[in-house]
Design a protein around this ligand. Structure first.
Ligand code: P61
Length: 459
């Protein structure tokens, strides 16, 4: 079948507002050509992120009514704890209100100045949290993981030679943990193989270094393992997850992705002493250990979401919806990162707009045109996000990849919406020569893409 049919029917609808090109031109200009500053109501299809944007099921909504809002020891916490333990297998479960707090709690407890944390590729909040503690975040993904056209099945794998070299260079004492991000968000939502996880785990443990998963999209990663890795075709997603996490010592998790909820996260660890220290810190900054900044009802929704996300019919639809959009785009010659990842399509903006130099932000130019032309919101992952001035030479350093991410919220849009996105991109591609670049009018010192204001070049 060409289109993966949605394995759910729609019980509640949220009307979408249609705006005209003229209205959007005015709004995007007023927003300094920055889509983060747009009113969300003016967007027809919002593909800014798959984080916290899932549609919850009837079962999860029913769970909200079962929320026990006691300050300590709510039944929802016990359900949540038992669910996380049964899937992830780590002993201690610490709730947080989102993923970056789990990262912050872990790093602030473990990292010292000068430490080093290897990962396949650190996501931006992970990197920022490592660097905030004056440690170094280093990326050890395989070289193919950075190539737009490489079609390897597990482009999120860690290059074990790079990892071993890092351990040799810095010494295991300066590496308090090794991380693996599943799936690898910054590298195109690409999965990591179990063979690689096993190997990295052996290397880590040989040197007495704990292995920690950044597990935001763990179920999608497991689905790819089932689909692509020899010997796993007859295993359930839960079995694959159990094996995968058995090679690690803990995880950080943003439940806003594969927890299928709008808010929530957790940290889960085997090390009891570390968990105790972190729990004390949790009380200081998030809340009591059995709610961690969440309401009882939120914990219930996560517990139910984590069970639902293991459902194979759901995952098959999810991965194929994304893949199907990717295939429609490829048929129309739109250059994208291959193979298609789990949660998003990444358009190669250099290939799409070769006439716009990197200094004029081709990725952002495409993002602006998508909104202007069709009311679609995507996000630039390129020069606006990453270009910086070299501290020594004063020269601008541009990122290798200039991407535009179309992140697909879970269970939110239909395949007809995906077709709309594909048609809009084809129309834009046909007129791509008329698209112009941008220059920055205002930028903040850190994470400038969130608040920057831009203006068109030569217009
Ligand atoms: C996203 F533009 N991701 O992909 P929190 N690890 C990983 C993530 O993907 C992740 C977090 C940790 C987002 C949201 C987002 O500058 C941005 O629950 C692999 O968001 O704290 C989040 O989880 C952090 C988008 C975050 C951004 C920061 O869209």
């Amino acid at each position: 079948m060409k289109f993966p049919a949605e394995p759910f029917r729609i019980k509640v609808v949220e009307p979408l507002k249609k705006t005209t090109v003229e209205e959007r031109e005015k709004l995007i200009k007023e927003s300094g050509y920055n889509i983060f500053l747009l009113p969300a109501e003016s967007i027809f299809i919002d593909l800014l992120t798959d984080s916290g944007t899932s549609a919850m099921s009837d079962n999860q909504w029913a769970g909200l009514m079962k929320g026990d809002e006691s300050y300590a020891g709510s039944k929802n916490y016990y359900h949540f704890e038992q669910t996380v333990r049964s899937i992830f297998g780590f002993e201690h479960v610490i709730p947080t209100h989102q993923g970056r707090v789990a990262e912050n709690l872990l790093f602030s407890t473990v990292l010292k100045e000068g430490d080093v944390v290897p990962n396949n590729i650190h996501f931006d909040t992970t990197r920022a949290n490592v660097e905030y503690h004056k440690a170094r975040a280093i990326d050890c993904v395989i070289d193919e993981g950075l190539k737009v056209d490489s079609e390897l099945p597990f482009k999120g794998d860690i290059d074990v030679f790079k990892l071993k070299k890092a351990i040799q260079n810095y010494g295991p004492d300066r590496i308090p943990m090794i991380m693996i991000t599943i799936t690898n968000n910054s590298g195109g939502g690409q999965p990591v193989s179990l063979a690689n996880i096993r190997e990295v785990s052996a290397i880590a443990h040989e040197h007495g270094i704990p292995l920690i998963f950044d597990a935001c999209r763990f179920a999608e990663n497991c689905f790819f393992i089932k689909e692509r890795e020899e010997g796993y075709q007859n295993k359930s997603i839960a079995e694959i997850a159990r094996e995968m996490f058995s090679y690690g010592d803990g995880c950080t998790m943003s439940a806003k992705k594969d927890g299928l909820v709008n808010i929530g996260g957790f940290l889960s660890l085997n090390d009891g002493r570390l968990a105790q220290k972190i729990t004390n810190m949790l009380i200081l900054i998030e809340g009591f250990p059995t709610y961690g900044g969440l309401a009882g009802r939120d914990l219930e929704a996560i517990a139910r979401g984590l069970k639902e996300v293991l459902n194979e019919e759901y995952l098959e639809f999810r991965i194929n919806q994304t893949r199907n959009l990717g295939e429609m785009l490829m048929q129309n010659n739109i250059p994208i990162v291959k193979p298609v990842g789990g949660h998003a399509i990444y358009i190669d903006a250099k290939g799409f707009l070769p006439h716009i130099p990197q200094k004029e932000f081709p990725g952002q130019a495409l993002v602006v045109e998508l909104y202007r032309h069709a009311g679609i919101r995507a996000v630039e992952i390129g020069s606006l996000m990453f270009a910086h001035r070299d501290a020594e030479t004063g020269q601008m350093v541009y990122p290798e990849l200039e991407l535009v991410r179309l992140a697909i919220p879970r269970r939110v849009y239909t395949n007809a919406h995906m077709q709309y996105v594909s048609e809009a991109l084809s129309e834009i591609y046909a007129n791509r020569k008329s698209i112009y670049g941008f220059e920055i009018e205002y930028e903040a010192e850190f994470l400038r893409h969130f608040t920057a204001r831009l203006k068109p070049v030569n217009v």
